[in-house]
Design a protein around this ligand. Structure first.
Ligand SMILES: *[C@@H]1O[C@H](CO)[C@@H](O)[C@H](O)[C@H]1NC(C)=O
Length: 327
């Protein structure tokens, strides 16, 4: 019943929004198109820091840094490299850009509005857009320019949202168990310590649960208030944490990452962030990627309808250039 009325209101909303929003042009960092922002009108930002394919010869491949006085120095020609302590991971997260595009298409169909999409189109061997700047770029200027544009586009999207919003940072993993990992910046799922204040969904936690930790635990992995994992389970997808799998147990699990920590509400503001780490099983074929993207879009639309509807879960499109207004 609840879903029926939700669907009806989503459809009404869709009609209204379709009438007033034109298709928005993508923005790029430069003519080289290393970073791409497709602005939307939904209070959701989807980022793919490791989904790029471009390997320009003008940017040398990232390599391991040197371990000097207890810290890694990421610099080409730094001296004796330490590939254990200062490893520079260069493997791309396959199909995350394609999945992001498909989630956006489905969200547009469901709500009438697209989320903001920010893609790093450079291959991870050239730029890792989910690390601090030195490890990300090894201080190569061309990569640094792209790096700063990636976060500038995220901040610009947050500014357009101008209120509560949700950033989903898409990644890929090949851990066993066919389960999507959801990272809220809470690395104490196993011990059951839940604190909104130290999480990347701090604003959401405060808004929905105040200081009630039992409530916040449900918001993260349970039902009523509903977690994102709950909605993924409802779509028949395994997720950690979720009512079906409340803890990672002994399995590998990423609770946090540079982007979600930097751009989520931990550091203030009203945009929360969740790291979504997609399993290999789901990424293995075009069909399963499409089914997953459609399911994530339904889950996200329910999640934001539950938790972000008092804020502008769709926001007005602000013209940044006059040509946006031309018919
Ligand atoms: C992984 O889970 C999805 C969602 O339940 C399912 O459709 C798919 O068949 C599973 N894949 C494998 C290889 O188990």
């Amino acid at each position: 019943m609840k879903h029926v009325s939700l669907l009806v209101s989503a459809m009404v909303l869709a009609g209204v929004v379709l009438a007033v929003t034109a298709r928005r042009r993508p923005c790029y960092d430069s003519r080289r198109r290393y970073i791409k922002w497709v602005p939307g009108c939904l209070s959701v930002i989807i980022t793919t820091p490791h989904g790029g394919h471009l390997k320009p010869a003008s940017i040398p491949d990232r390599e391991a840094g040197c371990y000097v006085n207890g810290a890694c120095v990421f610099e080409h020609g730094c001296g004796v490299q330490d590939p254990v302590k200062c490893r520079a991971k260069g493997k791309e997260d396959r199909f995350t850009a394609e999945i992001a595009t498909n989630i956006a298409r489905n969200l547009k169909r469901l709500t009438g509005c697209s989320p903001h999409l920010v893609y790093n189109q450079l291959h991870r061997s050239k730029l890792d857009a989910n690390r601090e700047v030195n490890e990300a770029t090894l201080n190569v200027q061309e990569a640094m320019d792209a790096y700063y544009k990636f976060s500038a586009f995220i901040r610009a999207a947050q500014k357009e949202i101008c209120g509560p919003g949700l950033l989903l940072d898409l990644h890929a993993q090949a851990h066993p168990g066919n389960r999507t990992e959801l990272g809220y910046g809470i690395d104490t799922l196993n011990s059951g310590v839940f604190s909104a204040r130290h999480s990347n969904v701090r604003a959401l936690g405060r808004r929905v649960c105040g200081r009630n930790r039992a409530c916040f635990e449900k918001l993260v992995r349970g039902h009523c208030p509903n977690s994102l994992g709950y909605y993924l389970n409802a779509e028949q997808y395994r997720a950690v944490p979720s009512p079906g799998l409340p803890t990672p147990g002994d399995n590998p699990y990423y609770a946090d990452g540079y982007n979600v920590r930097t751009h989520g509400s931990l550091k203030g503001g009203l945009v929360d962030s969740i790291l979504m780490d997609i399993p290999a099983e789901v990424r293995s074929s075009v069909g399963s990627r499409r089914r997953f993207a459609a399911a994530v879009a339904r889950a996200v639309s329910r999640y934001i309808s539950d938790h972000y509807s008092r804020g502008p879960w769709r926001h007005p499109v602000r013209p940044r250039r006059r040509r946006y207004h031309r018919h």
